[in-house]
Design a binder for this molecule. Sequence first.
Ligand SMILES: NC(=O)c1ccc[n+]([C@@H]2O[C@H](COP(=O)([O-])OP(=O)(O)OC[C@H]3O[C@@H](n4cnc5c(N)ncnc54)[C@H](O)[C@@H]3O)[C@@H](O)[C@H]2O)c1
Length: 317
Amino acid sequence: MTIALMKDLQGKVAVVTGGAGGIGRAMGRRFGAEGMKVLLADLLAEPLDEATRELAGEGIDVAGVVTDVTDHSSVESLAHEALQRFGAVHVVCNNAGTGGVSEGYMWEHDLADWRWGIDVNVLGVIHGIKAFVPILLEQGEGHVVNTCSGNGGFAPIARGATGGPAMAVYPMTKAAVLCLTESLYTHLEMTGTRVRAHALFPSGFLNTGIWESWRHRPKRYAATQDRRTPEPTLAEVVARFEAGGVRVEFTPLETVADQVIAGIRADRFWMMGPPAPTEEVVSRKAASILARSDPDYLVDVLSQTAGRGPDTEGGNQ
Ligand SMILES: NC(=O)c1ccc[n+]([C@@H]2O[C@H](COP(=O)([O-])OP(=O)(O)OC[C@H]3O[C@@H](n4cnc5c(N)ncnc54)[C@H](O)[C@@H]3O)[C@@H](O)[C@H]2O)c1
């Protein structure tokens, strides 16, 4: 059921977690270009400050709030700050995420990796929903945009670019984000509100910090196991893809921000770009479930992307 849409974004307020860099910063910039007021939230104070100054320099009414999405009181403070500063919140992007660093088979993954991934990628989104949805409901309109991923949202990349096991933490968290966004969609609809939920699937190969999240690993999630392999870098991932015959071309982050604006305007639950290689997994998975056949859709990242360029993050190990 579609009720009224928030087509005119001018003067509206957007809050973006994980707004210091990557997709979050690109969304903030695009919201600002639409005439929206923007509140960027991130754990990292310095990049947040830099992002805020950059967007302000482009004439955007923007502020930054250091926020830890793993801490509910921190996200509540963010909501209070948004109301105090801008008087309303219309678009909430639960976008902060960590890529994780797990190595080996999933039973070998460090428990600290699981906790870090679950706390940021899943609990962080839940905290955003809990702190902001009541405000949106009170206003009677708004959009909650949760950043998912094809890696997990469709099916996990289970075999990585080296042919070994891909990390299991990240896709598990993104499957959870899609699942809870689906529930949110229905729960909102049941109340008769005009507040909408959206699942964002950034597509393409994106040059963001997610590939090297380990650089900013918080102390309280410090690794408890010695690593056998060095932490991954984006440069290595690119080299591995290219060695596997996959052409690497980065998709501009603006295209993800465009997906979000278009999705809000069209009131689209699925915020997705043009058909991506990973989407083939969806029909293969459905067929496997219906046929009760073994999950043969869990292809390795190289064969999935052969000749077309990589489509998703997290399958790098
Ligand atoms: N880059 C991709 O290819 C891709 C694809 C699909 C989905 N995603 C998702 O997009 C979202 C944004 O990631 P990105 O690719 O722009 O990477 P990024 O690393 O550039 O951005 C993530 C941001 O989240 C912040 N963050 C991490 N932990 C936090 C915490 N506890 N509290 C607040 N902020 C925290 C980081 O500091 C960082 O600025 C993530 O949810 C990611 O999983 C990325």
